[in-house]
Design a protein. Structure first.
Length: 305
Protein backbone atom coordinates (compact mmCIF):
# COMPACT_ATOMS: atom_id res chain seq x y z
CA UNK A 1 0.00 0.00 0.00
CA UNK A 2 1.30 3.45 -0.92
CA UNK A 3 1.97 6.10 1.67
CA UNK A 4 2.78 5.75 5.35
CA UNK A 5 1.53 3.91 8.36
CA UNK A 6 2.08 6.15 11.38
CA UNK A 7 2.90 4.27 14.58
CA UNK A 8 2.55 6.04 17.93
CA UNK A 9 3.33 4.46 21.29
CA UNK A 10 1.69 6.49 24.02
CA UNK A 11 2.04 6.34 27.78
CA UNK A 12 0.24 8.74 30.14
CA UNK A 13 0.11 11.63 27.67
CA UNK A 14 -3.51 11.89 26.53
CA UNK A 15 -3.32 15.67 26.02
CA UNK A 16 -0.16 15.52 23.94
CA UNK A 17 -1.52 12.58 21.97
CA UNK A 18 -4.67 14.52 21.20
CA UNK A 19 -2.64 17.48 19.91
CA UNK A 20 -0.55 15.17 17.72
CA UNK A 21 -3.64 13.54 16.23
CA UNK A 22 -5.18 16.94 15.55
CA UNK A 23 -2.01 18.02 13.73
CA UNK A 24 -2.17 14.89 11.56
CA UNK A 25 -5.75 15.69 10.66
CA UNK A 26 -4.61 19.01 9.16
CA UNK A 27 -1.98 17.57 6.80
CA UNK A 28 -2.30 18.20 3.06
CA UNK A 29 -2.97 15.20 0.79
CA UNK A 30 -3.58 13.06 3.87
CA UNK A 31 -5.92 10.79 1.90
CA UNK A 32 -3.12 10.06 -0.58
CA UNK A 33 -0.12 9.65 1.71
CA UNK A 34 -1.56 8.43 5.02
CA UNK A 35 -2.61 4.80 4.96
CA UNK A 36 -3.38 4.33 8.66
CA UNK A 37 -2.39 5.30 12.19
CA UNK A 38 -1.61 2.66 14.81
CA UNK A 39 -1.97 4.20 18.27
CA UNK A 40 -0.81 1.82 21.00
CA UNK A 41 -1.69 2.71 24.58
CA UNK A 42 1.20 1.18 26.54
CA UNK A 43 -0.80 0.40 29.72
CA UNK A 44 -1.27 4.04 30.69
CA UNK A 45 -2.77 4.85 34.07
CA UNK A 46 -4.25 8.16 32.89
CA UNK A 47 -7.68 8.39 31.25
CA UNK A 48 -7.68 8.52 27.43
CA UNK A 49 -11.38 9.33 27.18
CA UNK A 50 -10.69 12.63 25.39
CA UNK A 51 -8.72 10.77 22.74
CA UNK A 52 -11.49 8.22 22.22
CA UNK A 53 -14.10 10.97 21.88
CA UNK A 54 -11.91 12.85 19.40
CA UNK A 55 -11.57 9.74 17.22
CA UNK A 56 -15.34 9.22 17.29
CA UNK A 57 -15.85 12.78 16.03
CA UNK A 58 -13.16 12.39 13.33
CA UNK A 59 -13.62 9.00 11.68
CA UNK A 60 -11.83 10.39 8.62
CA UNK A 61 -8.57 9.95 10.54
CA UNK A 62 -7.83 6.21 10.08
CA UNK A 63 -6.72 5.35 13.63
CA UNK A 64 -6.54 1.93 15.22
CA UNK A 65 -6.52 2.50 18.99
CA UNK A 66 -4.98 -0.58 20.62
CA UNK A 67 -4.54 -1.29 24.31
CA UNK A 68 -1.30 -3.15 25.01
CA UNK A 69 -1.58 -6.16 27.32
CA UNK A 70 0.87 -4.45 29.69
CA UNK A 71 3.64 -1.85 29.62
CA UNK A 72 5.81 -3.34 26.91
CA UNK A 73 8.41 -0.60 26.94
CA UNK A 74 9.45 1.26 23.82
CA UNK A 75 11.02 -1.69 22.00
CA UNK A 76 8.27 -4.15 22.90
CA UNK A 77 5.57 -1.63 22.09
CA UNK A 78 6.92 -1.07 18.60
CA UNK A 79 7.26 -4.81 18.01
CA UNK A 80 3.63 -5.22 19.09
CA UNK A 81 2.38 -2.36 16.91
CA UNK A 82 4.17 -3.08 13.62
CA UNK A 83 2.06 -6.12 12.57
CA UNK A 84 -1.05 -3.91 12.81
CA UNK A 85 0.32 -1.42 10.24
CA UNK A 86 -0.68 -1.64 6.57
CA UNK A 87 1.74 0.48 4.51
CA UNK A 88 5.23 -0.40 3.29
CA UNK A 89 6.71 2.71 4.96
CA UNK A 90 6.26 3.05 8.71
CA UNK A 91 6.57 6.48 10.33
CA UNK A 92 7.23 6.22 14.06
CA UNK A 93 6.36 9.31 16.12
CA UNK A 94 6.64 10.01 19.84
CA UNK A 95 3.32 10.98 21.40
CA UNK A 96 4.60 14.48 22.31
CA UNK A 97 5.44 15.47 18.73
CA UNK A 98 3.48 18.05 16.74
CA UNK A 99 3.47 18.27 12.93
CA UNK A 100 2.97 21.90 11.88
CA UNK A 101 3.96 21.85 8.20
CA UNK A 102 0.86 20.94 6.12
CA UNK A 103 3.21 19.58 3.44
CA UNK A 104 5.00 17.22 5.83
CA UNK A 105 3.75 13.96 4.32
CA UNK A 106 4.35 15.20 0.78
CA UNK A 107 7.95 16.13 1.59
CA UNK A 108 8.52 12.89 3.47
CA UNK A 109 7.24 10.84 0.53
CA UNK A 110 9.56 12.69 -1.84
CA UNK A 111 12.47 12.13 0.55
CA UNK A 112 12.07 8.35 0.87
CA UNK A 113 11.72 7.98 -2.90
CA UNK A 114 14.99 9.77 -3.73
CA UNK A 115 18.02 7.46 -3.61
CA UNK A 116 20.66 8.08 -0.93
CA UNK A 117 23.23 5.58 -2.18
CA UNK A 118 23.98 3.86 -5.48
CA UNK A 119 24.58 0.46 -3.92
CA UNK A 120 22.04 0.38 -1.07
CA UNK A 121 18.29 0.89 -0.92
CA UNK A 122 16.94 3.13 1.81
CA UNK A 123 15.97 1.13 4.89
CA UNK A 124 15.40 3.86 7.47
CA UNK A 125 15.41 7.65 7.55
CA UNK A 126 15.30 10.42 10.11
CA UNK A 127 13.76 13.85 9.64
CA UNK A 128 14.46 17.22 11.22
CA UNK A 129 13.24 17.58 14.80
CA UNK A 130 12.99 21.01 16.40
CA UNK A 131 12.20 21.94 19.97
CA UNK A 132 8.58 22.96 20.34
CA UNK A 133 9.46 25.84 22.66
CA UNK A 134 12.35 27.66 20.98
CA UNK A 135 12.21 26.18 17.43
CA UNK A 136 15.88 25.24 17.44
CA UNK A 137 17.13 21.90 16.10
CA UNK A 138 17.06 19.26 18.83
CA UNK A 139 20.65 18.03 19.03
CA UNK A 140 19.70 14.82 20.87
CA UNK A 141 17.29 13.97 18.04
CA UNK A 142 19.83 14.65 15.29
CA UNK A 143 21.16 11.40 13.77
CA UNK A 144 24.83 12.27 13.67
CA UNK A 145 27.24 12.86 16.54
CA UNK A 146 29.17 15.52 14.57
CA UNK A 147 26.33 18.01 14.84
CA UNK A 148 28.31 21.12 13.89
CA UNK A 149 29.54 19.57 10.65
CA UNK A 150 26.21 18.13 9.55
CA UNK A 151 23.54 20.44 11.00
CA UNK A 152 23.17 22.59 7.87
CA UNK A 153 23.02 19.67 5.44
CA UNK A 154 19.56 18.91 4.12
CA UNK A 155 20.36 15.32 3.26
CA UNK A 156 23.07 12.81 4.16
CA UNK A 157 23.81 9.17 4.88
CA UNK A 158 24.24 8.23 8.52
CA UNK A 159 24.73 5.24 10.81
CA UNK A 160 21.55 5.34 12.90
CA UNK A 161 18.15 6.97 13.30
CA UNK A 162 16.61 8.60 16.37
CA UNK A 163 13.48 7.22 17.95
CA UNK A 164 11.20 10.24 18.34
CA UNK A 165 10.60 10.66 14.60
CA UNK A 166 11.82 8.23 11.94
CA UNK A 167 10.74 6.14 8.97
CA UNK A 168 11.50 2.44 8.40
CA UNK A 169 10.70 0.48 5.26
CA UNK A 170 8.78 -2.63 6.21
CA UNK A 171 10.89 -4.92 4.03
CA UNK A 172 14.00 -3.65 5.86
CA UNK A 173 12.29 -4.33 9.20
CA UNK A 174 11.47 -7.86 8.08
CA UNK A 175 15.04 -8.43 6.91
CA UNK A 176 16.58 -7.04 10.11
CA UNK A 177 14.10 -8.47 12.61
CA UNK A 178 12.30 -7.03 15.63
CA UNK A 179 13.78 -4.94 18.39
CA UNK A 180 15.49 -7.00 21.10
CA UNK A 181 12.96 -7.91 23.76
CA UNK A 182 15.42 -7.28 26.61
CA UNK A 183 15.73 -3.60 25.64
CA UNK A 184 12.90 -2.16 27.72
CA UNK A 185 14.18 1.42 27.46
CA UNK A 186 16.92 3.08 25.44
CA UNK A 187 19.36 2.29 22.60
CA UNK A 188 17.00 -0.03 20.74
CA UNK A 189 17.39 2.19 17.65
CA UNK A 190 21.14 1.56 17.55
CA UNK A 191 20.59 -2.18 17.70
CA UNK A 192 18.12 -2.22 14.82
CA UNK A 193 20.20 0.29 12.83
CA UNK A 194 23.18 -2.08 12.72
CA UNK A 195 20.96 -4.94 11.59
CA UNK A 196 19.33 -2.81 8.89
CA UNK A 197 22.79 -1.90 7.60
CA UNK A 198 23.93 -5.51 7.76
CA UNK A 199 20.86 -6.55 5.75
CA UNK A 200 22.17 -4.40 2.89
CA UNK A 201 20.19 -1.17 3.37
CA UNK A 202 21.35 2.36 4.10
CA UNK A 203 20.09 4.89 6.68
CA UNK A 204 19.52 8.50 5.68
CA UNK A 205 18.47 11.88 6.98
CA UNK A 206 16.37 14.44 5.16
CA UNK A 207 15.84 17.78 6.89
CA UNK A 208 13.22 19.10 4.49
CA UNK A 209 10.56 17.24 6.44
CA UNK A 210 10.48 18.67 9.95
CA UNK A 211 8.35 18.52 13.05
CA UNK A 212 8.38 19.78 16.62
CA UNK A 213 9.09 17.92 19.85
CA UNK A 214 7.84 19.07 23.24
CA UNK A 215 10.98 17.94 25.03
CA UNK A 216 12.54 20.90 26.86
CA UNK A 217 15.70 22.44 25.34
CA UNK A 218 17.23 21.80 28.76
CA UNK A 219 16.56 18.12 28.19
CA UNK A 220 14.55 15.67 30.22
CA UNK A 221 16.47 14.43 33.20
CA UNK A 222 16.40 10.64 32.94
CA UNK A 223 15.90 8.79 36.17
CA UNK A 224 18.89 6.74 37.33
CA UNK A 225 17.08 3.52 36.39
CA UNK A 226 16.64 4.82 32.83
CA UNK A 227 20.29 5.85 32.63
CA UNK A 228 21.23 2.40 33.85
CA UNK A 229 19.19 0.73 31.11
CA UNK A 230 20.72 3.02 28.48
CA UNK A 231 24.25 2.27 29.71
CA UNK A 232 23.73 -1.50 29.74
CA UNK A 233 21.89 -1.53 26.40
CA UNK A 234 24.49 0.57 24.61
CA UNK A 235 27.15 -1.83 25.92
CA UNK A 236 25.13 -4.75 24.56
CA UNK A 237 24.99 -3.11 21.13
CA UNK A 238 28.74 -2.47 21.10
CA UNK A 239 29.47 -6.06 22.15
CA UNK A 240 27.15 -7.65 19.58
CA UNK A 241 28.07 -5.68 16.47
CA UNK A 242 31.49 -4.03 16.90
CA UNK A 243 35.08 -5.08 17.68
CA UNK A 244 35.74 -5.75 21.37
CA UNK A 245 37.62 -2.49 21.87
CA UNK A 246 34.45 -0.49 21.28
CA UNK A 247 32.61 -2.55 23.90
CA UNK A 248 35.31 -1.66 26.44
CA UNK A 249 35.31 2.07 25.64
CA UNK A 250 31.52 2.22 25.60
CA UNK A 251 31.15 0.47 28.96
CA UNK A 252 33.85 2.61 30.58
CA UNK A 253 32.86 6.03 29.21
CA UNK A 254 29.18 5.43 29.88
CA UNK A 255 30.01 4.78 33.53
CA UNK A 256 31.19 8.38 33.82
CA UNK A 257 28.21 9.62 31.83
CA UNK A 258 25.86 7.75 34.17
CA UNK A 259 27.44 9.26 37.28
CA UNK A 260 27.40 12.79 35.89
CA UNK A 261 23.82 12.65 34.61
CA UNK A 262 22.46 10.91 37.72
CA UNK A 263 24.13 13.32 40.12
CA UNK A 264 26.37 10.51 41.40
CA UNK A 265 23.41 8.34 42.32
CA UNK A 266 24.99 4.96 43.05
CA UNK A 267 21.74 3.00 43.44
CA UNK A 268 22.06 1.37 40.02
CA UNK A 269 25.76 1.93 39.38
CA UNK A 270 27.18 -1.36 40.63
CA UNK A 271 24.25 -3.44 39.37
CA UNK A 272 24.83 -1.92 35.92
CA UNK A 273 28.50 -2.87 36.03
CA UNK A 274 27.55 -6.40 37.07
CA UNK A 275 25.10 -6.65 34.16
CA UNK A 276 27.71 -5.38 31.70
CA UNK A 277 30.35 -7.83 32.90
CA UNK A 278 27.93 -10.68 32.16
CA UNK A 279 27.30 -9.53 28.57
CA UNK A 280 30.20 -11.46 26.95
CA UNK A 281 29.00 -14.66 28.62
CA UNK A 282 25.32 -14.27 27.82
CA UNK A 283 25.14 -12.56 24.42
CA UNK A 284 26.57 -14.03 21.26
CA UNK A 285 28.64 -11.69 19.11
CA UNK A 286 27.14 -11.12 15.66
CA UNK A 287 29.55 -8.53 14.22
CA UNK A 288 28.53 -6.48 11.22
CA UNK A 289 30.25 -7.26 7.93
CA UNK A 290 33.33 -5.54 6.56
CA UNK A 291 31.07 -3.74 4.08
CA UNK A 292 29.10 -2.26 6.98
CA UNK A 293 32.30 -1.30 8.81
CA UNK A 294 33.40 0.52 5.65
CA UNK A 295 30.00 2.21 5.47
CA UNK A 296 30.28 3.30 9.11
CA UNK A 297 33.71 4.77 8.43
CA UNK A 298 32.47 6.58 5.31
CA UNK A 299 29.59 8.26 7.17
CA UNK A 300 31.88 9.22 10.08
CA UNK A 301 30.01 7.19 12.67
CA UNK A 302 31.09 7.57 16.30
CA UNK A 303 31.55 4.06 17.62
CA UNK A 304 33.59 4.35 20.79
CA UNK A 305 30.85 5.82 23.01
Amino acid sequence: MLGFSIIIITYNRPGDTLELLDSLLRLDQRERYLSDVVLLNNASTEDYGLVHRYLQVHPELPVQFIDAPGNLGVAGGRNFAVPHSKAEWMLFLDDDVVVEDPQFLVKLWEAVNQPFAADRALGAMGCKVRYYDNREIQVTAFPHKNFEKYKDRDRFLTAYYVGCAHVIKKEAWRAAGDYPTDFFYGMEEYDLSYRILDAGYCIGYDGRAELFHKESPLGRKPRPVQLSMMWVNKSKVAWKYLPVGYFITTAFLWSGFYLRKSGFDFRFFFSSIAAILKIPFRIKKTPVSRLVRNYLKAVEARLWF
